[in-house]
Design a protein around this ligand. Sequence first.
Ligand SMILES: Nc1ncnc2c1ncn2[C@@H]1O[C@H](COP(=O)(O)OP(=O)(O)OP(=O)(O)O)[C@@H](O)[C@H]1O
Ligand SMILES: [Mg+2]
Length: 260
Amino acid sequence: MKNILSVNNLTIQILGSQGFQPLVSNINLTLRELEVVALVGGSGGGKTSIGFSLLQLLPMAMKITQGEILFEGRNLLDLTNKQMQSVRGGKIGMVFQEPLSAFNPVFKVGNQIAEVLKYHTNLSAGKIKNKVHELLDVVEVPDPKRVAQYYPHQLSGGLRQRAMIAQAIAASPKVIIADEPTSNLDVTIQAKILELFKKLKKELNVSLLLITHDLGVVRFLADRVFVLHGGRIVEEGKAEEIFNNPKDEFTKTLIKVIED
Ligand SMILES: Nc1ncnc2c1ncn2[C@@H]1O[C@H](COP(=O)(O)OP(=O)(O)OP(=O)(O)O)[C@@H](O)[C@H]1O
Ligand SMILES: [Mg+2]
């Protein structure tokens, strides 16, 4: 199947006491149509930073020094700010690792999802309202009309996560980047959110880049896997092959964690 996103030879540097140093180097990663690809690795290894770099949301202390990010035939690194804004949240949706940082605390959840629709679609105000309720229903939020009226902090962790997923899928993106979509949730809620992703994978016309340290999540959802360690991709392959026959020592360690 066709690649929808390809990251070629990407290097990100981070500012430390010695000046800028590589955080991750020569990253190659591809995402095909309708595929779930997992980027896995240890804590602090740079997974979130790679996800942010794709949308040019890197923190100030980091910069891309090399590589290209091809999406729909264009290198995202060549786009203007304005062009990039239509990609961010429009063609590529993101589920952030910190749900509270994705929502503004002073606006109602429904209005924030509506903002995405206002910016990225031509829907009328009335239609947008219905669409917000529809989206909350798709992510299996009970009583969407009521929940849309809540502020982010009034929602439970699980509901907030669903609302963030609703926001990410609002503009019918081609790609969703989901960064640790279950890590901040308790185990029973984790399972439900994973089921939701499985449903979305089947029902939406979307490719998912799943960023996680949890190989349990990967086993449940991913078609292919890229393993990040020491700032490099140390192993990649079909999920089945990675689990049945891991080659890299670090991959073996990650698998052992979930099998113990
Ligand atoms: N805003 C920031 N400014 C400066 N350094 C940062 C910033 N955010 C993260 N870092 C540093 O960049 C490195 C990579 O962090 P990143 O969050 O990309 O890793 P990660 O693989 O996503 O980790 P985790 O599994 O904990 O989410 C870490 O050393 C982290 O401390
Ligand atoms: Mg992270």
